[in-house]
Design a protein around this ligand. Structure first.
Ligand code: PXG
Length: 466
C-alpha cells in the first residue's frame, strides 16, 4: 500500500459514509465504520483500494460462479449494448437475447420445464412466484388456495413478498410483514433440532411439520410450499437426505405446488444445474438469479413447470405482472455467455465429481481444529461454527457468549490472512467460492482459513476467553 492509495481510500470512505445508505446496515453507525472499497476482480481474487488481494470465498455475494474478469462476457455485453441497449418484452414485442436465453434455460432444466418468466433479481423472482401461484389456483377454480408455506430462517429476498416468504423476524418487524397468507414452519437444521436423533430421523420429523401445517390450515387452502434446496443466507443448512423426498411426497399427496428457490443453489453451486436435481425432487417452479449471469449483470426469473404453464395457457386470462427489465437484453446475453462458460469448462461436473468433493474433504476437516465445533457443506457451499468447548457430539458443543464477538474477531483475522468469508450470528462462518477453484486454490483457501483460526485461538487463550 502506498501513502497516496491510503489518502485516496480515506477520501472515498468519507464520501461513502456521507451519502451512501448501504443494504442491511445500522445507519447510526455509518460514520464510525469504514467500508472496504473493492476496485478490481480477476479469477477467484478481488483487490481493495489499498492494493490488498483477497481470495473471494463468497463469490461476491454467492454469485460470481465463473469468477471475475471474464472478457468474453464483457465483450458480449458491449456488443449487445451497442446493437440494442434495451427493449421491452411487453405488448407482443421481444428480442433475440430473450428468445435465446429462454430456449437455453429450457434446454438445461429438467424436462417438465418449458417456459420461463424473466425478472431483474431473485426477490422479484419470488414476488413473481407468489402472484403466479395464486393466479394459477384462481384459474383452476380453486381461488381459496392462497396460503404459501415457507420456513423460519429461510431467505427469499428483500421485497415485500420476498421478505415475507423469508423467515427472518428482524425483516418481518419492518414493514408490517409477512403479507397475509404466508406462514412458516421450522427449518431442517440438524444442528438446531436434531439432538438425540439420527439425521435421517430428524429429516423425516422436519418434513412432517409441513403435513401438520397443511392439516391445520386445511389442504384446500394451501397453494404452495417454497424452500431453498440448501438454505444459503440462513447459514448453509444442508437438510438430511430424508427431508426433500418426504416434502415431495407430502406436496404430491395434497396436490400442493412445490417451489424451489434456486437463487443460490442454481447454476452449479452444488454440482447440478439446479440444486433440486441433487435431491431428486420435481418442483413446479424454480426461482433463479445470481449464478445465471455470475453477477456480471442483474438478471433473475422463474422457470415455470408444465403443470402451471399448461393450465395458464389453456384457461387464459391475463397475468397482470412484469418488470421494465423483464428479459433485459444485456442481462440475457451475459447469461448466455456465462452458461457457455459453465458448459465449456465443465464447471458443474467438476463441482459434482472433483473439486466439490475435494473442497468438502478439506473444509469438513477444519472440524479437527480446537476452535471449530462442526464444519459441513455440499458442493461449493460450506459453514462452520466456532465454539468455546467441543462436546461428544455437535449437540453438546458449548458456544461462545455473543458479547465476546469471537466470530467477528475471526472474520477480521481471515481478512488479514487474505480470505473473505461470510459471518452469521452464532459465530458461524460461511463459504460459497467461485466454481472455478482448482485443488491448489482450495488448498490456498483452507490454509488461509486455518491460519486465521490459529490466530483467533491464540488470542482467545492469551486473553483467557477460552
Ligand atoms: N432467494 C435466495 C435463496 C437468495 O439467497 C434472494 C432470493 C434474493 O435475490 P436478490 O437478487 O433480490 O438479492 C436471495 C439473495 C446474505 C445475502 O446476507 C444473501 C442474498 C442477498 C443479499 C445478502 O448472505 N441472497
Amino acid at each position: 500500500m502506498n501513502a497516496n492509495d491510503h489518502i485516496k481510500t480515506q477520501q472515498l470512505q468519507n464520501a461513502d459514509a456521507a451519502r451512501h445508505l448501504h443494504p442491511f446496515a445500522d445507519y447510526s453507525k455509518k460514520n464510525e465504520q469504514t467500508s472496504r472499497i473493492i476496485v478490481k476482480g480477476e479469477g477467484i481474487y478481488v483487490w481493495d483500494s489499498e492494493g490488498k488481494r483477497f481470495l473471494d470465498g463468497m463469490a461476491g455475494l454467492w454469485c460470481t460462479n465463473v469468477g471475475y474478469g471474464r472478457k468474453r462476457i464483457a465483450d458480449a455485453v458491449h456488443q449487445q449494448m451497442t446493437q440494442l441497449c434495451f427493449y421491452n418484452t411487453f405488448f407482443q414485442t421481444t428480442h433475440v437475447p430473450a428468445i435465446e436465453l429462454a430456449a437455453k434455460l429450457v434446454d438445461i432444466s429438467p424436462d417438465h420445464f418449458n417456459h420461463v418468466f424473466f425478472t431483474g433479481s431473485g426477490s422479484e423472482g419470488n414476488d413473481t412466484v407468489v402472484r403466479l401461484v395464486r393466479h394459477y389456483w384462481e384459474r383452476k377454480g380453486q381461488a381459496q388456495r392462497q396460503v404459501i408455506i415457507s420456513r423460519l430462517n429461510a431467505y427469499h429476498g428483500s421485497t415485500m413478498a420476498g421478505a415475507s416468504l423469508g423467515g427472518w423476524p428482524s425483516m418481518h418487524k419492518q414493514g408490517g410483514l409477512p403479507l397475509p397468507g404466508i406462514v412458516h414452519i421450522g427449518q431442517p437444521s440438524y444442528l438446531e433440532g436434531g439432538k438425540g436423533k439420527t439425521p435421517e430421523e430428524f429429516g423425516l420429523e422436519a418434513a412432517s411439520w409441513l403435513e401438520q401445517k397443511i392439516l391445520e390450515l386445511g389442504a384446500e387452502n394451501v397453494a404452495a410450499f417454497i424452500g431453498e434446496p440448501v438454505q444459503g443466507a440462513g447459514g448453509v443448512i444442508v437438510p438430511p437426505s430424508t427431508y426433500w423426498p418426504e416434502i415431495q411426497r407430502i406436496c404430491d399427496k395434497y396436490e400442493i405446488l412445490l417451489v424451489a428457490d434456486e437463487v443460490i443453489c442454481g447454476f452449479g453451486r452444488i454440482g447440478h444445474w439446479f440444486g433440486s436435481q441433487h435431491f431428486g425432487i420435481k418442483p413446479d417452479l424454480i426461482t433463479f438469479a445470481k449464478g445465471v449471469t455470475s453477477g456480471y449483470i442483474p438478471l433473475g426469473g422463474v422457470l415455470v413447470g408444465d403443470r402451471i404453464a399448461t393450465t395458464l395457457i389453456e384457461k387464459g386470462g391475463e397475468f397482470n405482472h412484469g418488470f421494465t427489465y423483464s428479459g433485459h437484453p444485456v442481462g440475457c446475453v451475459a447469461a448466455l455467455e456465462n452458461i457457455r462458460i459453465l458448459e465449456e469448462e465443465e464447471l458443474i461436473d467438476q463441482v459434482r465429481l472433483n473439486t466439490g468433493p475435494y473442497l468438502q474433504k478439506k473444509f469438513q476437516a477444519l472440524a479437527d481444529h480446537p476452535l471449530v465445533g462442526n464444519a459441513e457443506g455440499i458442493g461449493f457451499l460450506g459453514g462452520m461454527n466456532l465454539v468455546r468447548h467441543k462436546g461428544a457430539t455437535v449437540h453438546d458443543n458449548i458456544p461462545f457468549d455473543a458479547s465476546q464477538n469471537v466470530g467477528m474477531m475471526c472474520r477480521l483475522n481471515m481478512l488479514d490472512a487474505g480470505v473473505i468469508m461470510r459471518l452469521m450470528p452464532g459465530d458461524r462462518l460461511l463459504t460459497s467460492p467461485p466454481l472455478t477453484m482448482t485443488h491448489a486454490d482450495i488448498d490456498e483457501m483452507i490454509s488461509m482459513i486455518t491460519s486465521a483460526l490459529d490466530k483467533t485461538f491464540d488470542t482467545l487463550k492469551q486473553q483467557k476467553m477460552l
